[in-house]
Design a protein. Structure first.
Lengths: 413, 97
């Protein structure tokens, strides 16, 4: 990859490269139909094709490639979770992330910046210490640091003790990173298409055919398609698609809003998160501040932005960076998040034979993109739940084995 | 500012309210099966469209029901809970029971 990039840099002309082959008609039958051409669905297709030699796959999407939550997250990648199940899962995801640019031959702009979860109270310090211990035990680089070290890593933070929530320390997660979210979807799509996977955009699934407890095909806006296996990977609309298969999920669809500022001079290198202030913020390579906070206070199938959200978010950001008071917001958006009661995903087998689910991605789906695709491919190829995602099985709610990740999965707690 | 019409307190800023979940019926406390309880405690219909849901006006501690369209965020109506309509376990809005 580095040599390829160098060669490209010194080239005289730069031919445009089409990522996907031209669209074709739907075939009457596929081995696997994946509903949702976002990062997760495309990653599952990619790993099925490249690791398990299953290539007769159609990825269907009612919109366009990577146009849902893949385009609406804030691109943060980390593994500093709280539960051993969560930490192990996201650790494996980061291992895959680090190699994706090379694997795709496409620069996904993976950028390791360090991730600081600020602690403003004694209880937040205790949680940070707890997370650091669990992380280190599982080989993830996290440590509790004091205010001097926080200030050294991020000199622009307001470290005054005379604020409502003075910064007492932070959980420092050195491998914390960001990546170009669109490029990830493109990379998986191109790699899968090269192996023969068909990606059909603007093809809505309108029904799921089930005969004697076994999936046999899907109905689409372009006609029926038969298949052996269906995977739904439609975070944000999981309950609606699952309902077509007769499944009821432990999910509420709640909007998560975010925004970016106008570009400005680089001043912020690490990713800054504050659970107490319900804020996260980082600066992109082109200088925009990416800002987000807690999910909306009630469920909604919509992506509208509200003034309430931005007022609350900005008030908190100004406590951390008072000099931003004159900065303008450039863009705003929202995604629809699948919130589960235990802040962990829902992955793997379902009560319907050959119907697989990848859902419940709440506010933590982007960072899981490669490992979710990898483990779902393993699950589909082996028709059993891989150990890494055993804790995230749908039926954990039947036997009360939830994976309580609330303390680390979201800033909205 | 979004306004929600509270049956007890009239139109108020929605920030004064807390969402309380879908209106569902609790399983029979003696005869309910495990799967019925799982459904009641964890699973959500999570429909896109007109739904009935519990809301709490925090300042006055008053629970009521709203009919809201979860696709458009339009609140169609709000009303005091009727014990019969929700399986006999609605809180008494007057607080006298």
């Amino acid at each position: 990859m580095p040599f390829g990039l160098l060669k490209y840099g010194f080239a005289r002309n730069y031919p445009a490269r089409g990522l996907l082959p031209p669209a074709t008609e739907l075939k009457p039958r596929y081995d696997v139909v994946i509903i949702g051409a976002g990062g997760h669905g495309l990653a599952a297709a990619y790993y099925l094709a490249t690791r398990h030699d299953i290539t007769n796959i159609a990825v269907l999407d009612k919109g366009y490639l990577g146009g849902g939550n893949t385009a609406r997250n804030t691109a943060i990648i980390r593994a500093n979770y709280l539960t051993p199940e969560g930490v192990a899962f996201y650790r494996e995801s980061m291992a895959l992330w680090a190699g994706l640019s090379d694997e795709f031959g496409l620069n996904i702009q993976y950028s390791t910046r360090g991730h600081l979860t600020l602690a403003h109270t004694d209880s937040a310090l205790r949680t940070a210490r707890w997370r650091a211990e669990v992380n280190q035990h599982l080989g993830v680089d996290s440590e509790l640091i004091g205010p001097d070290e926080v200030s050294r890593l991020c000199p622009s933070l307001n470290m005054s003790r005379e604020t409502r929530y003075p910064i007492l320390g932070a959980l420092y997660h050195r491998p914390g990173a960001t990546a170009r979210h669109d490029a990830v979807a493109w990379g998986f799509a191109e790699g899968a298409a090269r192996k023969g996977v068909e990606i059909h955009q603007h093809t809505e699934v309108t029904g799921i055919d089930i005969r004697s407890g076994r999936v046999t095909g899907v109905k689409t806006s372009r006609g029926p398609v038969q298949c052996n296996i269906v995977l739904q990977a439609v975070a944000g609309s999981s309950s609606l698609v699952a309902d077509m298969a007769g499944l009821k999920l432990p999910i509420r669809t709640i909007p998560l809003q975010a925004c970016v500022s106008v570009p400005m001079k680089p001043f912020l290198y690490p990713i800054i998160v504050s659970g107490s202030l319900h804020v996260y913020i980082w600066q992109t390579a082109r200088g925009e501040l990416v800002m987000g906070g807690a999910t909306d206070p009630y469920p909604l199938y919509g992506t509208r932005s509200t003034l309430d959200f931005k007022e609350g978010l900005m008030a908190h950001i100004l406590e951390l960076f008072p000099f931003l008071s004159e900065a303008r917001v450039n863009r705003q958006w929202a995604g629809m998040a699948d919130m589960t009661p235990d802040f962990s995903p829902v992955m793997g087998l379902t009560p319907i034979e050959n119907y697989y689910i990848d859902a419940g991605w709440g506010t933590w789906g982007f960072k899981a993109t490669p490992i979710a695709g990898f483990t779902m491919a393993e699950c589909i190829a082996g028709t059993r739940q891989p150990p890494l995602i055993e804790p995230f099985r749908l039926d954990r709610f039947d036997d009360f084995e939830q994976v309580g990740e609330k303390g680390a999965a979201s800033v909205g707690h | 500012m979004k306004i929600l019409h509270c049956p007890l307190n009239g139109p108020r800023n929605i920030q004064e309210f807390v969402y309380g979940g879908e209106v569902t019926t609790m399983p029979d406390q003696d005869a309910g099966s495990d799967s019925e309880w799982t459904d009641y405690v964890f699973l959500e219909a999570n429909r896109a469209g007109l739904v009935r849901e519990w809301w709490l006006h925090v300042a006055s501690g008053y629970w009521f029901i709203a009919e809201r369209d979860t696709s458009t965020d339009e609140v169609v109506r709000t009303f005091a809970p009727d014990r019969r309509a929700v399986g006999g376990r609605a809180p008494d809005p007057t607080g006298r029971s």
